[in-house]
Design a protein around this ligand. Structure first.
Ligand SMILES: Cc1cc2nc3c(=O)[nH]c(=O)nc-3n(C[C@H](O)[C@H](O)[C@H](O)COP(=O)(O)OP(=O)(O)OC[C@H]3O[C@@H](n4cnc5c(N)ncnc54)[C@H](O)[C@@H]3O)c2cc1C
Length: 380
């Protein structure tokens, strides 16, 4: 029986552990804290298949399918909710990118519609404050509680026979196919490093460099507002912010710091300016009385910060990087929504299947210099 270690109990790690164990691998998952205590527990929980590249679109479609299956089984609640992205009048470059990306998504078989300003106003009165130049709508989309997904997949991993060791930090040893804990060293046939923002540091410990940089992003939730469900999941490409209903209020995300952060030493409190600008944006997009957010007293319930992971070409690093040593990172803010599919694909690859060729981590040397560019964008 193939013995596999998974390092990291985020959305990717628990999915891979479940799929490895379900396919007969002797699987041990090591999580230094609690499951979901990294980026996964801080995600906005938005999922859609609206990707312009064919590989991304197929991966995301499979992920949404798995979210829905889990929802139908009662393991999580997956709420079908449209995803709309738009550029504002005067932002011609992004307006063209919105139209062009929607066209490419349709060519990939995605259920995506382009909306002109009148159609947008008819469909989404809750966004009456937006002076739209171009918009697109993806129907194969929804949202869910990321922590609930991690917990559900963790349970399934254990039911399939995986050994989930919580509160167990590890280091890699030997050539990367051994794992060192406070209790000693264990050897495996394969080790998957899915340690989120810590992945580069862990791999550096066995002299395997990867071109990945953790960067800081922020989110907040407001107190409940009437009619929050009338707001579609939306991304304002001109302003670089997104929103979705959550907990009866609205979640707003972005506040991206486009530079590298130390995963063991970064500011975990949201910036006051992010909070102020996000609430002002919510009031603005809601328009004058038409949308749910018209109250000047719109209140912040809580805000938080997490780390995303950047690569030079904005594609993930997923696959075997040395004999028996596998990596899964570099999601550019889209790791949660793709985890059900990419966890499955990496589990299959470890057990002898094909990897995802465009995401092969060996396409880089590991010492590339590059700038952090946020993943949520319509720009190529
Ligand atoms: C504010 C915010 C909003 C986001 N919104 C979305 C969204 O709506 N949709 C979306 O798709 N993505 C979103 N993302 C991105 C998403 O959260 C990540 O891409 C995804 O969760 C990464 O999952 P992961 O399993 O790779 O990593 P993580 O969830 O970071 O898991 C890695 C785990 O490894 C553990 N670990 C680290 N070092 C060690 C060690 N030495 N030993 C053992 N364990 C270790 C950590 O404790 C952690 O639990 C968002 C991110 C943030 C911060």
């Amino acid at each position: 029986m193939t013995r596999v270690a998974v390092v990291g109990g985020g959305a990717l790690g628990v999915t891979a552990a479940r799929d490895l164990a379900a396919r007969g691998a002797d699987t041990v998952l090591y999580e230094r804290g609690e499951l979901g205590s990294g980026a996964s527990g801080r995600a906005a929980g938005i999922a859609y298949d609206a990707f312009a590249e064919d590989t991304d679109a197929a991966v995301a479609a499979r992920a949404v399918e798995r979210f829905r299956e889990l929802g139908e089984e009662g393991a999580i609640e997956f709420v079908d909710h449209p995803y709309v992205w738009f550029a504002r009048t005067g932002d011609d470059r992004r307006a063209e990118a919105v139209r062009e990306s929607a066209e490419r998504m349709r060519a990939n078989g995605r259920d995506v519609e382009t909306l002109d300003p009148d159609e947008f106003a008819d469909r989404f009165p809750a966004l009456a404050g937006v002076d739209v130049a171009a918009a697109a709508l993806a129907r194969d989309a929804g949202y869910l509680d990321p922590a609930a997904y991690v917990a559900a997949m963790g349970e399934r991993a254990e039911s399939a026979g995986a050994d989930l060791r919580r509160r167990t930090p590890v280091r890699l040893a030997a050539d990367g196919t051994a794992v060192e804990t406070a209790a000693g060293t264990e050897r495996f046939d394969a080790v998957l490093v899915a340690a989120g923002a810590h992945t580069k540091r862990l791999l550096a410990g066995v002299d395997v460099p990867i071109p990945m940089k953790p960067y800081r992003v922020q989110a907040l939730v407001t107190d409940p507002v009437d009619g929050s469900e009338r707001v579609p999941t939306c991304y304002d490409a001109t302003e670089g912010r997104y929103a979705r209903p959550r907990e009866g209020g609205l979640l707003v995300g972005d506040g991206t710091d486009e530079r590298e952060f130390d995963p063991d030493d970064y500011d975990e409190s949201a910036d006051l300016e992010f909070e102020r600008a996000s609430l002002a944006w919510l009031r603005e997009i809601s328009g004058d009385g038409a949308g749910p957010v018209t109250d000047d007293d719109l209140a912040l319930r809580r805000s938080w910060v997490g780390l995303c992971t950047a690569t030079p070409d904005r594609d993930p690093l997923l696959g075997e990087i040395r004999d028996g040593l596998y990596v899964a990172t570099g999601w550019h803010g889209h790791g949660f929504m793709r985890a059900p599919a990419l966890g499955e694909r990496i589990a299959e690859q470890i057990l002898g299947g094909d990897g995802v060729a465009p995401f092969d981590p060996n396409r880089f040397d590991g010492d590339e210099t590059f700038e952090v560019v946020e993943g949520m964008t319509v720009d190529d």
